[in-house]
Design a binder for this molecule. Structure first.
Ligand SMILES: [Zn+2]
Length: 229
C-alpha cells in the first residue's frame, strides 16, 4: 500500500520536505523493509495507491544508475481509483507540484494499472474505500483477516492528531468534504472496531477510535513506532 517518495528526487527537493528515504540495501527504505520481511521487489504482485501525490506514489517507480526510470515492482499490478489517475493528468497551479508524471506515467506505459471505480474488493480480504476531500478520488484501504479489519487511511487522517473532526490539513483541496468523509469513516471504524493505520505519524503507527460524547472522536493509540531519527 502506497510506495513512499521513491528515489528520483534531488537533494534540494528532499531538503525542502525534510525527507530521509535512502535505503541501505535497496534504493529506498521501502525496499529495505520488504527485504527485512524476507521478500524481494520482484515478489510484490500488488501495489495499491491511496492517491498519486509524490509522497504516496513516488516509489511506484525507481531511478536506476544512469537515470533510467523503471517500475519499482516489475511484476506488480498497480491499483488506483480511475478518477484519481485522470485528475493527476489534469494539472493546474494548485496541484501540479504534487502530481509528478514519472511516478505514474511509466505504470500506464507498461499497461500495469488496474483502475477501480468506487468501493471495490481488490483481492479477498482487501477492499478499497473512496474517501474524498484531500483529493477528489482519494481512497483508503481495508484489510480484513480472522474477523479483524485494519484501515490504511492515507491522507484522510494522516496522523493521529488529525482524528478530531476539524483538524484537517491545509493541503486538502476540499476540506469540508474531508470533514464529512472523516465523520462517516470514523463512525464506521468505531462501530466495526477497525484498527486505524496513520501513514504520516512519526510516533503513533496505529490505533483505534472510541466515541467520546463530549469531545467527539478520540483516538486510543495502542501501538507506536519510534520517531524518525
Ligand atoms: Zn496527499
Amino acid at each position: 500500500m502506497d510506495s513512499g517518495v521513491g528515489n528520483k528526487q534531488n537533494e534540494k527537493f528532499l531538503d525542502i520536505y525534510g525527507i530521509e528515504n535512502a535505503g541501505a540495501q535497496g534504493p529506498t527504505a521501502l525496499e529495505d523493509a520488504i527485504a527485512a520481511a524476507g521478500h524481494r521487489s520482484e515478489d510484490v504482485r500488488w501495489v495499491i495507491n491511496t492517491h498519486l501525490h509524490f509522497d504516496h506514489a513516488g516509489g511506484n517507480t525507481v531511478q536506476r544508475e544512469g537515470g533510467a526510470v523503471e517500475l519499482a515492482f516489475p511484476n506488480a499490478v498497480y491499483v488506483v481509483q480511475k478518477g484519481e489517475l485522470e485528475f493527476a493528468g489534469s494539472l493546474n497551479e494548485r496541484i501540479r507540484a504534487s502530481y509528478l508524471a514519472p511516478n505514474f506515467a511509466p505504470v500506464g506505459a507498461a499497461g500495469r494499472w488496474r483502475l477501480v471505480d468506487g468501493e471495490v474488493d481488490v483481492l479477498p480480504g482487501i477492499r478499497v474505500l473512496p474517501t474524498p476531500g484531500h483529493v477528489p478520488f482519494h481512497q483508503s484501504i481495508l484489510v480484513s483477516d480472522g474477523g479483524e479489519t485494519a484501515c490504511f487511511l492515507g491522507d484522510l487522517v494522516p496522523t493521529s492528531a488529525h482524528l478530531p473532526a476539524p483538524w484537517i490539513m491545509g493541503y486538502d483541496l476540499a476540506p469540508l468534504v474531508t470533514l464529512e468523509t472523516k465523520k462517516q469513516v470514523l463512525a464506521r471504524a468505531a462501530r466495526e472496531g477497525w484498527q486505524l493505520v496513520f501513514e504520516h505519524d512519526p510516533a503513533c503507527a496505529r490505533g483505534w477510535v472510541v466515541v467520546d460524547e463530549k469531545k467527539g472522536w478520540n483516538p486510543e493509540p495502542v501501538d507506536t513506532v519510534p520517531a524518525a531519527s
